[in-house]
Design a protein around this ligand. Structure first.
Ligand code: ADP
Ligand code: MG
Length: 272
């Protein structure tokens, strides 16, 4: 079955790869040793290319290995074997030009919103006037102007996640890694965040890997959906979502949109 679905292009001639790949993943495989010392295969054999400036979703059911894969790309975990390259370099540890957003905002409650956003610059000893200006611009972009001196507890969940987005972007990362960033938000807030993320992507042009188990979220946001099978994760489908940007909420009700949802649903095995 799996052999028949479209698989991503992975032309391996050096010229083709140099021209194309911002990120290159080849035969990424991960196993964990469990407490009973049995092996658990989380990721089977994942290969695809990530083009610069694109937003690519990793879509799959809970527990299939999405976070495991993202952690490897992030340099937070090591693959058992396989190649993970970003901009021509093997990733072995977290990179300063990566940005992360997780399901929980994880803001530091004792800091102001602005100082939370500036935290990555502080670590990199770049917390200067320019950094502060950029942080303020980002806060404005996400609709948090006027809240820079508030504490996280004074913000709603959606606002906290907006601040977390600013923190991920403050150092102008080349690669943005997002792990179910809107999973804890209510549906309406989540849809607002989708439009916000697309606007941010338009402005910053950051290449983005976005983990989700939501089919509609994946279709709405993505240039490409890499649909993972149940664990162990393999590529069940590689879907180029050629719906034009800017995407607007009305698109969600169009046939072209629901056709992609249907295709993704088939890949996930929840419909035929
Ligand atoms: N460090 C670990 N040690 C052992 N098993 C793990 C570890 N991390 C993840 N797993 C297992 O790998 C599988 C995939 O997990 P995960 O990548 O978190 O899935 P997802 O993010 O798709 O929900 C799960 O069965 C999980 O229990
Ligand atoms: Mg996960």
């Amino acid at each position: 079955m799996l052999a028949q679905v479209p698989q991503p292009m992975t032309d391996s001639s050096p010229a083709a790869e140099a021209a194309r790949a911002f990120g290159r993943f080849r035969n990424v495989h991960q196993e964990f040793l469990q407490d009973d010392s049995k092996r658990l295969v989380a990721i089977e054999d994942i290969s695809f290319d990530l083009k610069e400036g694109t937003l690519v979703s990793l879509l799959g059911p809970s527990g299939c290995g999405k976070t495991s894969f993202l952690k490897i790309v992030a340099g937070l975990a090591e693959a058992t074997y396989g190649v993970v390259e970003i901009r021509g370099r093997q990733v072995t540890r977290p990179q300063p030009d990566f940005g992360f957003v997780f399901q929980q905002a994880n803001l530091m409650p004792w800091r102001t919103v602005l100082d939370n956003v500036l935290f990555p610059m502080e670590i990199q000893r770049r917390k200067d006037a320019a950094a502060k200006r950029r942080a303020m611009e980002l806060l404005e972009l996400v609709g948090l102007a006027g809240f820079e001196n508030a504490r996280p507890s004074q913000l709603s969940g959606g606002m906290q996640q907006r601040a977390a987005l600013c923190r991920a972007l403050v150092h102008a990362p080349k690669l943005l890694l997002m792990d179910e960033p809107f999973g804890a938000l209510d549906e309406l807030t989540r849809m607002e965040m989708h439009d916000l993320l697309l606007e941010i992507r338009r402005v910053t042009n950051a290449t983005t890997l976005f983990v989700t188990h939501s089919i509609s979220e994946a279709v709405y946001l993505s240039d490409v959906i890499v649909a993972f099978s149940k664990r162990p994760a393999r590529i069940a489908d590689y879907i180029e979502v050629d719906l034009p940007y800017p995407r607007t909420p009305a698109l969600r009700y169009e046939t072209a949109f629901t056709d992609f949802e249907h295709r993704a649903g088939i890949a996930l095995g929840i419909t035929r």
